[in-house]
Design a protein around this ligand. Structure first.
Ligand SMILES: Nc1ncnc2c1ncn2[C@@H]1O[C@H](COP(=O)(O)OP(=O)(O)OP(=O)(O)O)[C@@H](O)[C@H]1O
Ligand SMILES: [Mg+2]
Length: 321
């Protein structure tokens, strides 16, 4: 039994996952409402909220799984990348729990965690496959040849796909984070009503900042009354441009690598237009797309554990070089 803890951004999450990949519980407490008034995550506010929430969320995950700490064999925690103050709350909590029970601790990379959302029962995906990780902070194309290891084929040169959704949503006056709301609004719109560009970038990289600027200009040229009237069309056309960019790169990566099985993970994997545009593709389970601790516990199954008490000096990392 693995207890997973995730506090890399603005979700405080804990989960219990068995060693063979069954998710017994997954509790996510989102701070989105707390940060909404600032239009983005305020790091210090996030850390303080994690401090309040981490113990009750862990307790709730254990209760929901019907286990006590006596049943836990390993503690897994997100070590990075993310907001370092936020990460440190989870890392400290995990160290304390593991140390108190003389348990091993498994430090997990958040991005490997997103990929490991594909490895949970009842339909675990078996490598090799091509993986698009599209989240609030990252847009990566990965060649996954074995569990716990991947090769990076492409990344974004500027904004991440989820960030592009959020910035677009903000320009249309939607809340934060606006990806899911933009997705809903776009269902009532005509994606052909406006034409937004798909950036041409060499290799297998992505770029979304030009698209965001194109929407900014469209909104400015239309004026507030027209924007209000045509909000759904703008959302649908903007979403179509993001989806096209992602689908195009996946197609190219398939021909470059010869990997014909494709999977999509991360918050943007929840997007309904992306799911519709990629019928043969495997998507992370909906409840495991945005940040959660079940994916962290799942990833821990493929990472070497640190035996008690060797992890007491373990540090978090904000980014990967
Ligand atoms: N249905 C949806 N359509 C489009 N975007 C969505 C949808 N649901 C969530 N998102 C976006 O997913 C992102 C959040 O995903 P996730 O929690 O995986 O990212 P993160 O943890 O903030 O970033 P990272 O994992 O890179 O550190 C947000 O940008 C959000 O707007
Ligand atoms: Mg994430």
């Amino acid at each position: 039994m693995i207890l997973g803890i995730e506090t890399s951004c603005d979700e405080t999450a804990a989960a219990v996952v068995t060693a063979d990949g069954y998710v017994l519980s997954s509790v996510v407490s989102s701070q989105a409402d707390l940060h909404a008034r600032y239009g983005g995550v305020v790091p210090e506010v996030a850390s303080r909220r994690h401090l309040d929430l981490v113990s009750p969320v862990v307790r709730e995950a254990l209760d929901a799984a019907g286990v006590t700490l006596d049943g836990v064999e390993r503690v897994a925690v997100t070590q990075g990348p993310g907001l370092v103050g936020a990460l440190l709350v989870g890392v400290s909590a995990a160290k304390a729990i593991a140390w108190a029970r003389r348990l091993p601790l498994v430090p997990v990379d958040h991005l490997s965690g997103h990929v490991a959302s594909l490895y949970v029962e009842p339909e675990p995906l078996v490598p090799p496959f091509l993986c698009l990780l599209a989240s609030g902070g990252h847009t990566l194309l990965l060649a996954v040849r074995e569990r716990g290891a991947s090769e990076r084929l492409g990344t974004t040169l500027d904004d991440a796909a989820g960030e592009a959704f959020d910035k677009g949503a903000r320009l249309l006056g939607l809340g934060y984070p606006g990806g899911a709301e933009l997705d809903r609004l776009a269902r009532d719109g005509d994606p052909g009503a406006f034409t937004f560009p798909v950036a041409r970038v060499s290799g297998l990289d992505f770029s979304f900042s030009g698209l965001k600027t194109a929407l900014l200009y469209a909104v400015r040229d239309l004026g507030p009354d027209q924007v209000e009237l045509r909000k759904a069309d703008l959302a649908a056309a903007y979403q179509r441009a993001i989806v096209r960019a992602l689908v195009q790169r996946i197609d190219e990566a398939v021909s470059v690598t010869g990997l014909d099985r494709v999977a999509v993970v991360g918050g943007v994997a929840a997007n309904s237009a992306l799911r519709a545009a990629l019928p043969g593709v495997r998507f992370a389970p909906l409840h495991l797309c945005t940040d959660n601790a079940a994916m962290i516990a799942s990833a821990a199954r493929y990472v070497d554990e640190l035996p008690y008490p060797r992890y007491l000096g373990l540090d978090a990392y904000a980014s990967v070089s």
